[in-house]
Design a protein around this ligand. Structure first.
Ligand SMILES: Cc1ncc(COP(=O)(O)O)c(C=O)c1O
Length: 306
């Protein structure tokens, strides 16, 4: 992959100023650094050979705006954040797949873990990103010994920066034990999500995914996959999923902005289905790729060209 500007010195936005990424620095006593008081998004841009198309750009900023409000932060308006994100891509003239990271955060330096009367900041930068997880080979995943953060502790649906310590603990444990990824159970011992992905299982021709009260992040890719599946005539259900259903599933795949659609080969060393990528997973993965690379005009509204 190549870019017009080396990515480490790409231009980024920090609180009203455009600077090379290494110069976008914050004081060490920044509230968000001390207490994890931020919330963020991860947004992909797909290069179609001519231009970068940002996937679900407005949807990401609508989610960020709602989540920031829930966390008592005041972000720029959705329109302003959309414009800044587009400018990040335009200013750097990327000619490859990119990943945008906008963050709303408590930029004040006052002492004490309180969200009130602490100034807010906003940043947005970009980096190149190919596959986050290998989407061709089947993933070897484990059920994590770490529980997903319940909604009334650090709500996973807010995509709060501090909540990602929970993800980091689970992912690190998985990697240390030789797995590619971790699957969380929630406080009800039901299947929840991966460290940075939502999960789908296929049983008897139906797609199942934990419902929105399962302590998941309400993933934008999850929603897109549910609508793609309906368009493909694949029945879907959102419901509580028991741990051992992972061992009985015919197919399992993870979805997210980063991992896109990644199929799972084993769970806790038990082979899923035939051990090969399943037929429904393959259809969904193909349909998703066609949509994000702009090859299917029916999903043109998913993309915002820059
Ligand atoms: C914990 C978690 N779940 C699910 C997802 C997938 O969400 P989305 O499809 O909106 O990227 C992410 C994305 O990074 C995540 O961090």
């Amino acid at each position: 992959m190549s870019t017009a500007a080396p990515v480490n010195s790409s231009l980024a936005y920090l609180n009203g100023a455009w600077k090379p990424l290494p110069e976008c620095v914050v004081p060490v006593n920044t509230h968000a650094l001390q207490y994890g008081t931020g919330c963020f998004e991860g947004i992909r841009g797909y290069f179609d050979g001519t231009r970068v198309n940002l996937l679900f750009l407005r949807e990401h900023f609508e989610r960020l705006h709602r989540n920031a409000g829930m966390l008592l932060m005041k972000p720029p308006s959705v329109d302003e954040m959309v414009a800044i994100a587009r400018e990040v891509v335009a200013r750097n003239a990327f000619k490859a797949n990119v990943y945008l990271r906008p963050v709303v955060y408590k930029s004040g330096t006052s002492l004490g873990p309180v969200l009130l009367n602490v100034p807010d900041g906003f940043m947005c930068y970009a980096q190149l990103l190919g596959d986050y997880l290998d989407t061709s080979k089947g993933l070897e995943v484990c059920v994590s010994s770490w529980m997903r953060i319940p909604d009334n502790t650090i709500p996973a649906r807010t995509k709060a920066t501090g909540g990602y310590l929970n993800s980091a603990l689970a992912k690190s444990e998985a990697v240390m034990n030789g797995y590619d990824e971790a699957i969380f159970l929630n406080s009800r011992d039901q299947v929840c999500e991966g460290s940075a992905e939502n999960i789908f299982i296929i049983r008897e021709g139906t797609l199942h995914t934990p419902d929105r009260t399962a302590d998941i992040l309400e993933g934008i890719t999850r929603k897109a996959i549910l609508s793609l599946a309906k368009d493909l005539g694949i029945p879907t259900v959102e419901r509580a999923i028991a741990r051992t259903e992972l061992y009985l599933a015919d197919e399992i795949f993870l979805v997210g902005t980063g991992c896109q659609v990644s199929w799972v080969k084993t769970v806790d060393r038990r082979v899923v289905g035939t051990g090969a990528r399943g037929a429904l997973t393959t259809r969904i993965q193909q349909a998703y790729e066609d949509a994000v690379y702009g090859r299917n005009p029916a999903y043109g509204s998913w993309l915002m060209p820059v």
